[in-house]
Design a protein around this ligand. Structure first.
Ligand SMILES: NC(=O)c1ccc[n+]([C@@H]2O[C@H](COP(=O)([O-])OP(=O)(O)OC[C@H]3O[C@@H](n4cnc5c(N)ncnc54)[C@H](O)[C@@H]3O)[C@@H](O)[C@H]2O)c1
Ligand SMILES: O=C(O)C(=O)C[C@@H](O)[C@H](O)[C@H](O)COP(=O)(O)O
Ligand SMILES: [Zn+2]
Length: 361
């Protein structure tokens, strides 16, 4: 089975990618050495489709699971929901011998991972991602957390999962909009490190849910190698995974959480970052266009809603964790597959790039 090993010393783990793996999650988790009771955290939509299979497989190997649900959507990535989930775990008798299983998209993964990082000062957790965003990106790397009204992911902890179980067949129940948004992150990974993969992604039919397990694994491996090199984002390497996220996070936080999906905001952020790369780092217009074409291939919106003002986006992105002493470290491309962190991008450059998003491409 395609497997990505994430080598982080004593925090190392495997990402397993195989169709049908959800039904074998229990035995897979037992084989990875987890012990105690399982607390499944999911959202109401995902649970409807996939909780039963997970519960049965955990039950079959004696993990005696409990189920803890939050409403679907970005608004659940909040401190108050995290507290509710912690209380629900405590009320169900979980303690430091238990482990959390996050069943869902990036919202559930980030929230449940955060809960696992603080419950009884930290318990193990397993990621069972059910969206493209979560399968290729959020389930790997250990960034967990919740949002504040002031900005995205402003509260959180690094807490690596013990295992990631990717079953591409769960994507069959994902609505089209939620499926397509995930390709912003897939394309982001290829754009920063693997230009050849862009051509492979372009061959996928956006009307189907057919993404080869091998392509998912290779896309995950791009992230895994970067996380291994800079787990806690202190060396300017992991920041590359934020390509498209400075302006993207500003846009996502400029509207009520959940109105725009993460991948949709990042698609717009990528368009802005491509423009800034043409201006500041010599990205050729043809390389830029081919990445934009790929975003459009997956029906990602590339024009900013006129109701979202540039001032509001700039205000929200001012909270970005990549700002230090008023200067932003902005991720640019020199070429497809060749990203770097620049300190040459000014607020007025970003303002112009946001304005550019109002024009048809
Ligand atoms: N930690 C990280 O490294 C990282 C990386 C990327 C994104 N993120 C975060 O992830 C979040 C976005 O994740 P997302 O895009 O997966 O959103 P999401 O978790 O809200 O899922 C999108 C929607 O799809 C539904 N859904 C999920 N799986 C389903 C399935 N298999 N069938 C039917 N419906 C399903 C959910 O109920 C939800 O309504 C954002 O908060 C973003 O900041 C984190
Ligand atoms: O794992 C990372 O590192 C990323 O930057 C992945 C991003 O896709 C993701 O959206 C992440 O949550 C952004 O993190 P933040 O530190 O910019 O909030
Ligand atoms: Zn992201």
């Amino acid at each position: 089975m395609p497997t990505v090993h994430v080598d982080l010393g004593e925090r190392s783990y495997e990402v397993l990618v195989e169709t049908g793996l959800l039904a074998r999650a229990g035995e897979t988790i037992a084989r990875a050495g987890l012990k105690g009771r399982a607390a499944i955290v999911s959202d109401e939509t995902v649970a409807k489709y996939h909780a039963e299979a997970l519960q049965a497989s955990l039950q079959a190997v004696g993990f005696n699971p409990t189920l803890h649900l939050v409403p679907a959507g970005e608004a659940s990535k909040s401190m108050s929901r995290a507290e509710e989930v912690c209380s629900s775990l405590a009320a169900a008798g979980h303690d430091r011998r238990s482990f959390v299983v996050a069943l869902g998209g990036g919202v559930v993964g980030d929230l449940a991972g955060f809960v696992a990082s603080v419950f009884y000062r930290g318990i193990p957790f397993v990621q069972v991602p059910t969206t493209i965003v979560a399968q290729v990106d959020s389930s790997v790397g250990g960034k967990t957390g919740v949002n504040l009204a002031e900005g995205k992911n402003l509260l959180g902890a690094f807490h690596q999962p013990k295992l990631v179980i990717v079953d591409p067949s769960v994507l069959a129940t994902l609505p089209a909009r939620e499926y397509h948004e995930g390709f912003a992150e897939v394309i982001k990974h290829a754009a920063i490190r693997d230009a050849a993969m862009l051509a492979e992604i372009a061959k996928l039919d956006p009307a189907t849910r057919d993404v080869p397990a091998d392509l998912i694994a290779r896309n995950i491996a791009i992230k895994a190698r970067i996380v291994e090199a800079d787990e806690h984002e202190t060396k300017g390497i992991r920041a590359l995974l934020n390509f498209g996220h400075t302006i993207g996070h500003g846009i996502e936080a400029a509207v009520p959480y959940g109105e725009m999906l993460h991948g949709e905001a990042i698609g717009l952020g990528l368009r802005a970052a491509l423009l800034l790369s043409e201006k500041h780092s010599g990205l050729s217009p043809s390389a830029s266009k081919s990445i934009l074409d790929l975003l459009a291939h997956f029906h990602l919106p590339l024009v900013l809603d006129p109701a979202i003002t540039t001032g509001r986006v700039l205000h929200k992105l001012g909270r970005d964790k990549k700002f230090e002493a008023g200067k932003v470290r902005f991720v640019l491309l020199r070429d497809a597959g060749d990203a770097f962190v620049s300190d040459a991008v000014t607020t007025s450059d970003m303002e112009a790039a946001i304005e550019h998003l109002r024009m048809p491409r």
